[in-house]
Design a binder for this molecule. Structure first.
Ligand SMILES: [Cu+2]
Length: 131
């Protein structure tokens, strides 16, 4: 009698796992050439001109700028002074009376803007805004 041989079939597949090659799609990044900032004055990005507020004088007393530019007054004084637009100036503005610190004003439109210091009427300055 022959004993039945039980065949045990292994279902294991020992084959090496196929390495799956992942094809990396090359991302073509389209760079926007020529978009870098070219700051020529047309964009309205104004420049800043500094005027020093000294005792009894604005230095320089007259500045010429373009529309959109800013004048920044920087105090370097022992006595208190302020910056106040003249009567009839195309724009009205005024700083505090102070001996140190700074004050800025941006001029949007062409014109001649006189200003002065309240305690010292002889302290005068002007901002000429030209296209
Ligand atoms: Cu003054």
């Amino acid at each position: 009698m022959t004993a039945p041989v039980s065949h045990h079939f292994s279902g294991l597949r020992g084959g090496p796992r196929r390495a799956r090659v992942v094809a990396l799609g090359l991302l073509a990044v389209s760079s926007l050439a020529g978009a870098s900032a070219c700051s020529s004055g047309d964009g309205g990005s104004g420049e800043t001109v500094t005027v020093t507020v000294k005792d009894m004088v604005f230095d320089p007393a007259s500045v010429t700028i373009k529309p959109g530019d800013t004048v920044k007054w920087v105090w370097d004084a022992a006595l208190p002074h302020d910056v106040v637009s003249d009567e009839g100036s195309p724009a009205e503005y005024n700083s505090e009376l102070m001996t140190e610190g700074e004050y800025s004003y941006t001029y949007e439109e062409a014109g001649t803007y006189g200003y002065h210091c309240t305690p010292h009427p002889m302290m005068t300055g002007e901002v000429i805004v030209q296209e």
